[in-house]
Design a protein around this ligand. Structure first.
Ligand SMILES: NC(=O)c1ccc[n+]([C@@H]2O[C@H](COP(=O)([O-])OP(=O)(O)OC[C@H]3O[C@@H](n4cnc5c(N)ncnc54)[C@H](OP(=O)(O)O)[C@@H]3O)[C@@H](O)[C@H]2O)c1
Length: 493
């Protein structure tokens, strides 16, 4: 549904946030709602019910969120705008397991309303909240919608994901389940579709005839910090690769969809994941865990010495993979993905390396640098095209030059935060940027297989220094193929 249609309907729309005192609500959801209001993208009759177990009044809750919003938006908080959001926000105290709380909550929501339930809570709480919503008939409606938004992680492996999915499906139909992958809300990720399909300079070369290899790097230049408790149950494979990076890969390599509708895009993304699973036997992986060291002059403790982390933990803070897709378009094109914590730079980018031209023999004494297309997802958003040109003045000296399009470099251009786009989409009923069950299922098959291989052997951790690009074996993964990792942030591209 278009925004104008949504606004014209002028229906009472209620967003119920479970976990309203938590980090996600404070840092992401409330600032996103404020920005949506600022951009006039919220329904006219919009209300927030903030559910938490701490003793608070609506007034004290509003004061807390005004500070969080101020800390997490660009520019100054406008009091009149915040006032408009605050007056639509009430705090409701209840424990997730307590029936009386749901009875009262149902009353506050009222009869005739569109409702989105946002589960900004730890994954262990998903089942109980969904179950209680079902028991209290809060998914049922005569008019309007009832949608549920589930945060990641969706399960810890295929089995637990299937179990959770069954529980949710027993209460909500698949069409009303919005599984958040906030990466999909990022501007440049959505831009991939436009770059690929709206440009005659890119579309024809997007295949094995011109592309030598595809690389994705998603790195952080900090350790796990205080999130050790969470990370011990996930690791880099499940925290990043299984969800965000497979989604990013799918958009990069999928076949042209029949249209840009949600269903058509999903069909193509799913084919990519299933095709990866057809080649599970050929996947090569490197895992790593950081030791103690320094990043940019700042000392960082080893992962195993981090708060709430087992002193002998074998959880990986780095993973690199090499894999192939079982499709005609990508036959023989290796796909390399790496992600990790405590690495040299913070960046997420896709690098497409092109093949040599058949004319490199024209330049017998020179090693030509390959053409590269770099799609920068974060923190910088944009694209770099690297190609060869003649060095000015000198004889036929060929040098690599770059054309750099930076989407978020100009002052005054602030791309909307991922959560703004995603919340707006839930309200409009557009699930294109959310992951459907079959995609989750295929991604878990992939991750489970890697995990099963890893479980056969105890790793020799820690095996990389903070501030590096991970274990040496990750570089070797490409070097043995005569290739190397590229990353634009270091100025090499
Ligand atoms: N934080 C992020 O930036 C981020 C990013 C991506 C995904 N996520 C996902 O988002 C979800 C929430 O993360 P978070 O960082 O916001 O977690 P958090 O800070 O621990 O917040 C959890 C919330 O749940 C509430 N809660 C826990 N048990 C409860 C109970 N029995 N009854 C009522 N309320 C209860 C907590 O209330 P109290 O205040 O009373 O403890 C708190 O409001 C997780 O699934 C996480 O993986 C978070």
């Amino acid at each position: 549904m278009k925004t104008e249609e949504m606004k014209k309907q002028n229906r009472r729309t209620v967003m119920v946030i479970f976990g309203a005192t938590g980090d996600l609500t404070h840092k992401k959801l409330m600032p996103a709602l404020y920005n949506l209001l600022k951009r006039d993208l919220l329904p006219e009759d919009f209300h927030v019910i903030a559910v938490g177990r701490q003793e608070k009044t609506s007034e004290s809750y509003r004061q807390e969120i005004s500070q969080s919003i101020a800390d997490n938006i660009y520019g100054e908080l406008k009091p009149e705008l915040f006032g408009a959001l605050a007056e639509k926000t009430v705090y409701h105290r209840q424990d997730f397991s307590e029936d009386a709380g749901y009875t009262k909550l149902k009353e506050i929501i009222g009869e005739d309303a569109d409702v989105m339930y946002y589960l900004a809570v730890a994954p262990q709480a998903f089942e109980v909240i969904i179950g209680k919503l079902g028991e209290h008939g809060m998914q049922a409606h005569d008019s309007g919608f009832r949608r549920v938004v589930i945060e990641k992680p969706f399960g810890a492996d295929l089995k637990t994901a299937e179990y959770l999915n069954e529980k949710i499906n027993a209460v909500f139909p698949e069409k009303d389940i919005y599984r958040i992958d906030h990466y999909l809300g990022k501007e440049m990720l959505q831009n991939i579709i436009i770059l690929r399909f709206a440009n005659a300079i890119f579309e024809p070369i997007w295949n094995k005839n011109y592309i030598d290899n595809i690389q994705i790097t998603s790195s952080e230049d900090i350790g796990v910090g205080s999130r050790g408790g969470y990370y011990e149950h996930s690791g880099a494979l499940r925290d990043m690769l299984q969800n965000h990076l497979l989604q990013l890969l799918s958009l990069t390599v999928m076949e042209p969809p029949r249209s840009l509708s949600e269903d058509d895009i999903r069909i193509e993304k799913l084919k990519v994941l299933r095709s990866l699973n057809d080649r599970l036997d050929s996947i090569e992986t490197v895992r790593g865990q950081y030791g103690a060291g320094e990043i940019n002059g700042k000392t960082i403790a080893a992962y195993r010495d981090q708060e709430k982390v087992d002193a002998e933990s074998d959880v990986e803070t780095f993973v690199a993979t090499k894999m192939y897709l079982n499709t005609g378009r990508w036959q023989g094109v290796p796909i390399y993905i790496r992600t990790g914590k405590a690495l040299k730079e913070k960046t997420t980018e896709v690098v497409i390396e092109l093949k040599e031209t058949p004319y490199s023999h024209y330049f017998p004494d020179q090693t030509l640098k390959p053409n590269l297309l770099v799609i920068k997802i974060q923190p910088e958003e944009g694209m770099v095209v690297r190609f060869c040109a003649k060095s000015p003045g000198a004889l036929n000296q060929v040098v690599p030059v770059g054309m750099d399009f930076c989407q978020n470099c100009q002052t005054g251009v602030n791309s909307p935060e991922a959560y703004e786009r995603l919340l707006h989409d839930v309200m409009r009923g557009d699930a294109t940027l959310f992951t459907r069950w079959e995609e989750v299922e295929a991604s878990w098959i992939f991750a489970d297989r890697i995990k099963a291989e890893w479980d056969k052997q105890k790793p020799d951790f820690p095996n990389y220094a903070p501030g590096s690009w991970g274990p040496k074996a990750a570089d070797e993964l490409l070097r043995k193929d005569g290739r190397r990792w590229w990353v634009s942030q270091t100025g090499e591209i």
